[in-house]
Design a protein around this ligand. Structure first.
Ligand code: UDX
Length: 459
């Protein structure tokens, strides 16, 4: 039966790859968050028939009404187009969605727990709901970021339950989506990573990702463990690169060197590359902090000292206090009590509404603790920040936020902050003090308008 199935599948693949025959796979994505929603919508755009399922009733209701529960450029248009063409739908009925699917992608959150490890509760719950449906073949694909060994452990569970191995395959298929560019990252990835020992599963994945394979996107077939490791090691390396350039920027602050030129000079070395060499207030987001922490814990579990990853995390935590340190110097270590400080940017990065592990949280909490009045502005992330820090002033524009401010701190690289009218800013603020934690502004212009300023690694 298995041989027949593979032959049939191979025939389908041949027809799809060589005769331009379209085969749409019935796909269910479990978890409709930042990863699951983009994954489901893009698979539908490939031509597959996709159900995005989530236990969160409110989230699914929002989606069923053609609204987006997250801010992601281009997502609304992509979702509405595929819903209208009946390739994409949303449901809370997880069982029905699993029964429908040939391929199930688990894209639930695996947040950091109190011990710094990945919390696999949602993954376990999703997997448990799949098991009763394994009375015919289903491809079970883990897209969530999971500790090395998780995929193998899921296979062991199925074996221990005596489920016929013809009825399932488990695949690791990590995502490398950046918030703010997630759709283009999905549609034009640097690589596709597929971890499985099963030939059948490999063929299914070829069918599902055919539009990308047709574009010659590199695809690596490897083991489940290697696939899981590629995900963590990639994020940890990028985080390490960020902590490294932040430390070099801090050195530039003391030596008078300009990190702009240092980054450029470093990045022209093809072994280093220009990306991820912009210093800032530290990395945030739902991935780097948790993935570095989880990887570090895996090192402890397997008795391997991951010193570099741990150092990157330590540096990152310290970096989050840099904007405050710079502010205190500019304000001549005066008390911040009753001072008005404008914080421009709340999201952990530009082009997203996500405030998870945002450095702005550290800045705002410390300003409040020192008795300052905080006026915060972000183009899209204010509502999310209000859930964490409700008791500050949320302004509706950057110029409203800076009016009457004793100092301005730029925390997020939103384009609108790059083009601030410094002449108008000089008129609106009470004191001309600017901390630019993203190096968006030109020091020469700040000097021209009489500002006392501090950037990150720039004289
Ligand atoms: C990251 C990974 O890039 C992505 O591959 C993975 O799938 C999820 O985690 P994301 O967290 O969305 O994506 O954002 P990213 O663009 O990687 O930025 C991460 C953090 O680094 C942000 O806080 C950003 O502000 C910061 N950053 C990034 C810098 O400080 N300087 C840089 O040059 C680049």
């Amino acid at each position: 039966m298995q041989i027949k199935k593979i032959n049939l599948l191979l025939l389908v693949i041949f027809l799809v790859m060589h005769c331009n025959v379209a085969y749409c796979v019935r796909i269910t994505v479990l978890g409709s968050g930042y990863v699951g929603l983009i994954t489901g919508a893009c698979f539908a755009e490939f031509g597959h028939e996709v159900i995005c399922a989530d236990t969160d009733v409110a989230k699914i209701t929002v989606l069923q009404n053609n609204h987006m529960p997250i801010y992601e450029p281009g997502l609304k248009e992509l979702v509405i187009r595929n819903v209208q063409q009946k390739r994409l739908s949303f449901t809370n009925d997880i069982d029905q969605a699993i029964a429908y699917a040939e391929g199930i992608f688990i894209a639930v959150g695996t947040p950091m727990d109190n011990a710094g490890c990945a919390d696999l509760t949602a993954l376990s719950n999703a997997f448990a709901m799949i098991i009763p449906h394994l009375t015919s073949y289903k491809l079970i694909c883990v897209k969530s970021t999971v500790p090395i060994g998780t995929g193998q452990a899921l296979l062991e569970i199925l074996k221990s339950k005596g489920i016929d191995s013809h009825y399932y395959d488990v695949v690791s298929n990590p995502e490398f989506l950046r918030e703010g560019t997630a759709i283009s990252d999905f549609m034009n990835p640097d690589r596709i990573i597929i971890g499985t020992a099963s030939e059948m599963a490999q063929e299914w994945m070829r069918l599902i990702y055919e539009p990308l394979l047709e574009k010659r996107i590199p695809c690596i077939f490897t083991t489940i463990e290697s696939s899981e490791t590629i995900k963590y090691a990639s994020n940890a390396f990028l985080a390490t690169k960020l902590s490294f350039i932040n430390e070099i920027a801090n050195l530039c602050d003391q030596t008078g060197a300009d990190i702009f030129d240092v980054s450029k000079g470093m990045g022209l070395d093809s072994r280093i590359g220009q990306a991820f060499l912009k210093p800032g207030p530290g990395f945030g987001g739902s991935c780097f902090p948790k993935d570095c922490s989880a990887l570090s814990q895996m090192g402890n579990k397997f008795g391997v000292a991951l010193n570099v990853v741990q150092a990157a995390l330590k540096t990152n935590e310290e970096q989050k206090y840099k904007p405050l340190q710079k502010l205190r110097v500019l304000m001549k270590h005066e008390s911040l009590t009753d001072k008005t400080i404008a914080v421009l940017g709340l999201a952990f990065k530009g082009n997203t509404d996500d405030v998870r592990y945002s450095p702005a949280i550290v800045t705002i909490e410390n300003l409040k603790n020192e008795g300052a009045q905080v006026k915060a502005y972000d183009p899209v992330a204010s509502e999310n920040m209000k859930k964490i820090v409700p008791d500050i002033i949320y302004s509706h524009s950057l110029y409203e936020a800076v009016s009457g401010a004793d100092a301005v701190i730029i925390m997020t690289e939103w384009d609108e902050f790059k083009y601030i009218d410094l002449g108008l800013l000089a008129e609106l603020v009470k004191q001309k003090i600017v901390v630019d934690a993203r190096n968006l502004l030109d020091p020469r212009e700040l000097k021209k308008f009489g500002f006392s300023y501090s950037l990150i690694g720039r004289p």
